[in-house]
Design a protein around this ligand. Structure first.
Ligand SMILES: [Zn+2]
Length: 411
């Protein structure tokens, strides 16, 4: 079960972890390049590299080309992908996905089971079944597996290994000990974790944004698939995911319009998730399209309206498309204002559905947010990676980071 905030006791091993992170960001590095990236002495890095190679966590992959005139060709190093593996299981409304990742963060195998998530017990046994099947078919032995992460779209406590509230299946009840229940059905001596889908997606920022290791980054976004567009995110402080009791980062359920008439899946009214959902924008577009004959959204006909058409028309100045985006922009501005006041982040990263919205959307958000903040140092940027890819990678990274935070691995 989740042991949140695992920390290396021996301070020297935290440098080992920094070297592994550096190799994850830049494959095939020479010692000199790692020294520049990490900022430790040549002697220190050489010693760490030699120890990590001896343990099998990294490996030398031959000589690179020389950078100096007539100089020696430097030995290159990379993470040993086969050192250990993790299994990521995403429980979604449309099915359960099982994927195997190696230590270099490459996906080695994926299995999908399309089952309706009717009962909690059914979900647990299908998940356990998919885990067994994925392990068998991928050829990974349990001895090579360092952890299993369940990504779940609802309120989750990583620390307790529980689903606090399954927002998409409220009939399951509350406080479900999903890690323990799955572990009992396996049974394998491998840690099983659970974390919220949006928080996992945001955590993948650490893989693609080197600065996230030292900054405060807040990620916020919507699941890209139209039918599932829940909203969420996470807060990362100096490389560490804030998990707390499970509520931090649940930006989808911040109230942005207390007078909104539509009830959110969580039971509240006027949540960021319900008022900015892609479905709501599209249905308003389909309903009101005929009232705006000048809009180019009419060119494609009612049924074929896609978010991309709205984004593109808004970027070209189409006033009806901009009107459709307006409530989304307005509510993003409210949430981002509140995020800045609560966390004062270095960077806010918008991922998922609206990361494809282009220049009009983001420049409106920046302009309106910074109208009131007189020290506009926070960057507001898009992360345009595929949502599901982000979720899988964030999940794998969290398992590996937890595993690599144990002194025994290096001693
Ligand atoms: Zn809500």
């Amino acid at each position: 079960m989740g042991k949140s905030g695992k920390k290396l006791k021996n301070i020297k091993y935290s440098n080992y972890k920094v070297v592994i992170d550096s190799l994850r960001h830049h494959e095939n590095q020479a010692i000199k390049e790692i020294v520049t990236d990490v900022g430790l002495s040549n002697t220190a890095i050489s010693k760490i590299i030699s120890n990590l190679t001896e343990k099998g966590i990294i490996k030398s992959i031959g000589k690179g080309t020389s950078t100096d005139e007539g100089g020696k060709r430097p030995m290159l190093f990379s993470i040993n992908p086969d050192f250990c593996f993790c299994l990521v299981v995403l429980i979604r409304l449309d099915g359960i996905y099982g994927c195997v990742f190696d230590l270099s963060m490459k996906q080695r195998y994926m299995a999908v089971e399309k089952i309706p998530l009717e009962s909690y017990d059914g979900c647990v046994s299908s998940t356990a079944g998919l885990i067994r099947q994925t392990l068998k078919d991928s050829g990974i032995s349990t001895g090579q597996l360092c952890g299993i992460m369940i990504g779940f779209p609802g309120l989750v406590s990583f620390e307790k290994g529980t689903v606090v509230y399954p927002i998409c299946s409220p009939q399951w009840g509350t406080d479900l000990h999903i890690c323990k229940d799955i572990q009992e059905q396996l049974p394998l001596d491998i840690p099983v974790f659970v974390e919220n889908s949006g928080r996992l997606a945001g955590y993948s920022e650490l893989l693609n944004w080197t600065e996230a290791r030292t900054e405060t980054v807040v990620c916020i976004g919507h699941d890209s698939r139209e039918e599932l567009s829940g909203a969420g995110g996470c807060v990362i402080v100096q490389g560490k995911l804030m998990q707390s009791k499970g509520n931090v980062g649940e930006f989808g359920h911040m109230t942005v319009d207390a007078n909104d008439k539509e009830q959110c899946r969580c039971g509240r009214y006027g949540c960021f998730e319900s008022t900015t959902s892609v479905q709501r924008m599209l249905s308003k577009g389909r309903e009101e399209m005929a009232l705006h004959p000048e809009s180019r959204l009419n060119d494609r006909g009612n049924e074929k309206l896609h978010p991309w058409h709205i984004f593109s028309a808004a970027n070209d100045g189409d006033s009806f498309a901009r009107e459709l985006l307006e409530p989304v922009i307005k509510n993003f501005v409210i949430v981002i204002n509140n995020i800045i006041l609560a966390y004062d982040p270095d960077r806010i990263s918008i991922f998922g559905a609206y990361s494809q919205a282009g220049s009009y959307f983001i420049s409106e958000i920046r302009e309106r947010v910074f109208r009131y903040f007189k020290n506009p140092e926070t960057k507001i940027e898009y992360n345009q990676m595929d949502y599901q890819e982000m979720e899988k990678q964030g999940a794998a990274l969290l398992v590996f980071n937890d595993y690599l935070a144990q002194d025994e691995i290096y001693s």
